[in-house]
Design a binder for this molecule. Structure first.
Ligand SMILES: [Zn+2]
Length: 458
C-alpha cells in the first residue's frame, strides 16, 4: 500500500507530533470541561467532589489522573433520574436545552436497558458527521458511491454511520437487518453497490447463502470493499482471508459508536488495528485504565486497558471520564501498512466479558481468535462454559469447540490437546477442551453468544 499524505480528519494534524496533538486537545478540553461544569449538575458535582475546577485540567496527562466519572450503570441511573425529574431520557448529564436535541441513538441493549449515549444537537451532528465521514474517505469511499448498509436501523447507534456516509457524498442504501438476508441479496442485485457494510458474521453467512438464494456467489457483487463492525472479525487472519477470498475485495473494520472512539483499519494485507483519525473529537485512545481496579495505565506501544472516553467538542451529552467497557491494545508505532503515525488500537474484548482464571485476565475474544486459527480443523464456533457468574472462574476453564467437517473421531484427542497447548502458550491458561460435532451451535447472523451460562439454569 502506498503511504498517503492525508490521514487525520483535521489536515493540520498530519504535520503535528503526538505531543503537539495533545497540546491542541488540551486547549479544547478545558473549554469542554468548563461547559460541562456550567451546564450539568452531574458534572459540577463530580468536580466538586474531587475538589477540582475544569481550569485545573490543563493537560491530557492531568485528565488521565482524574477518577472515572461514569460507567454504563451510572448512565442508566442518570437516564432514570432525568426521566423522573424532567421527563426526558437523555440523562441529567445533558448539557444542552432538551429542545435543542436534534438526533438521538441508543446502544443496542444486548447487555441491558439501552441508553441514549448518542444524543446530539444539530451542531454536534455537523461536527461528528464530518469526522464519521472522514473515516470512509480515508479508505477510499468516494462521492456518488453506493454503500449497501445492513444493520438494525432506527434508534440504534449503528445508524449514525449513515450521517457520515452522506456527509462525504456517498449514497447509503439502508436496509434494516431485521428484514432478513433474502431482501439484502435482492437489493444487492437491484442496486449494484460499491461497498457492503454489515457485521463480519453476516458477511461470512452470505458466502453460503448467496448461491442458494440468487444462484450467484458473493464475488458477483463486484464490491470494492466490505465495511465491517460490531464484532472482532478481520482482526482474526482466518476470517479476513476467508472474506477477501470469497468477495474478492478489501475488508475494513470501523468502530461503530459515533462520537466516542472513531477509528477505521487501513486495508493493509495484515490487519493493523483501528486508526485514530480524529483526536479532535475525543481522547479515548489516550486514556486507559485497568478494567477491574480502574487505575490509569501508561500509554505506550502494546498497552492493554479499558478505554476511557472524554469528548472534546460535544454540546448535548458530552462524555467525560466515561469507562464504557471496551478493552483495547494500543499501538503508538507507525503503521507498517499505510504509514499512519498516530495511535492505533485493536479491540481485545469487553470488560464485562473478562474472566479471571488463576489471577490471569482472559478475554473471550482472545480465546476465540486462537481457536479460529485452527480452521479448518475446527469450524470456529465455540462456547465458554461458565458454572458461576464471571469474572472469577474456578479452573480449569471449560471450552466446547466444534471440530471441523471431515475430522476423524480418532483425531479428536490429539486436536483437543493441540488447542489446549496453544491456549496455554499464548494466553497462559490450561483449559478443559471438549470437541463437539460441527453444527452443534446455532450460527447467528447477529452477535454470536460466546458463553454457555450454566448458572442461569440452576
Ligand atoms: Zn495503516
Amino acid at each position: 500500500m502506498i503511504k498517503r499524505r492525508r490521514y487525520y480528519a483535521m489536515p493540520e494534524m498530519d504535520r503535528m507530533s503526538l505531543e503537539e496533538i495533545e497540546i491542541y486537545q488540551a486547549k479544547k478540553l478545558v473549554k469542554q470541561l468548563r461547559y460541562c461544569y456550567d451546564n450539568s449538575s452531574f458534572y459540577k458535582k463530580k468536580f466538586d467532589e474531587i475538589g477540582a475546577k475544569p481550569e485545573d485540567i490543563t493537560t491530557i496527562d492531568a485528565l488521565r489522573k482524574l477518577p472515572i466519572f461514569m460507567t454504563k450503570d451510572t448512565e442508566r441511573r442518570l437516564a432514570k433520574e432525568s426521566l423522573e425529574k424532567y421527563g426526558h431520557p437523555f440523562g441529567i448529564h445533558l448539557c444542552a436545552d432538551v429542545k435543542k436535541v436534534y438526533l438521538t441513538g441508543t446502544t443496542s441493549g444486548t447487555t441491558g436497558t439501552p441508553t441514549f449515549t448518542y444524543t446530539f444537537t444539530k451542531k454536534d451532528l455537523n461536527f461528528i458527521g464530518k469526522n464519521l465521514g472522514h473515516r470512509f474517505k480515508f479508505i477510499g469511499v468516494s462521492p456518488g458511491e453506493r454503500v449497501l448498509f445492513f444493520f438494525a436501523l432506527g434508534v440504534y447507534a449503528t445508524t449514525m454511520t449513515l450521517w457520515g456516509l452522506r456527509f462525504i457524498g456517498a449514497l447509503p442504501i439502508d436496509i434494516d437487518a431485521r428484514a432478513g438476508t433474502d431482501i439484502l441479496l435482492q437489493f444487492a442485485q437491484l442496486t449494484k453497490p460499491n461497498y457492503l457494510a454489515c457485521t463480519p458474521s453476516l458477511a461470512e453467512y452470505l458466502i453460503d447463502k448467496a448461491p442458494k438464494v440468487i444462484n450467484k456467489d458473493v464475488s458477483s457483487f463486484n464490491l470494492k470493499g466490505l465495511l465491517l463492525t460490531g464484532e472482532i472479525g478481520i482482526a482474526i487472519p482466518e476470517i479476513k482471508k476467508k472474506l477477501e477470498d470469497a468477495y474478492k475485495c478489501k475488508t475494513y473494520d470501523y468502530w461503530a459508536p459515533a462520537g466516542n472512539a472513531l477509528g477505521v483499519s487501513c486495508g493493509f494485507d495484515e490487519y493493523q488495528g483501528l486508526h485514530a483519525l480524529s483526536p479532535n473529537v475525543c481522547t479515548s485512545y489516550q486514556d486507559l485504565v485497568d478494567p477491574i481496579t480502574k487505575e490509569p495505565i501508561e500509554i505506550k506501544d502494546g498497552a492493554i486497558g479499558e478505554m476511557v472516553h472524554t469528548s472534546l467538542e460535544r454540546e448535548a451529552c458530552p462524555a467525560i471520564k466515561y469507562a464504557y467497557g471496551d478493552v483495547v491494545e494500543i499501538f503508538t508505532s507507525e503503521c507498517p501498512g499505510c504509514g499512519f503515525k498516530g495511535i492505533r488500537a485493536k479491540i481485545i474484548g469487553r470488560s464485562d466479558d473478562m474472566l479471571i482464571v488463576k489471577g490471569v485476565n482472559v478475554y473471550p475474544a482472545a480465546i476465540k481468535k486462537i481457536v479460529t486459527d485452527f480452521r479448518p480443523k475446527v469450524t470456529g464456533e465455540m462456547r465458554i462454559v461458565l458454572s458461576d457468574p464471571p469474572p472469577r472462574v474456578t479452573p480449569p476453564l471449560k471450552l466446547k469447540i466444534e471440530y471441523g467437517i471431515g475430522v476423524e473421531k480418532s483425531q479428536l484427542e490429539s486436536l483437543a490437546k493441540e488447542i489446549a497447548e496453544e491456549l496455554h502458550d499464548k494466553i497462559k491458561i490450561n483449559p478443559d477442551v471438549t470437541l463437539v460435532p460441527p453444527g452443534t451451535f446455532e450460527k447467528s447472523t447477529h452477535k454470536t453468544p460466546i458463553f454457555e451460562k450454566l448458572y442461569n439454569k440452576k
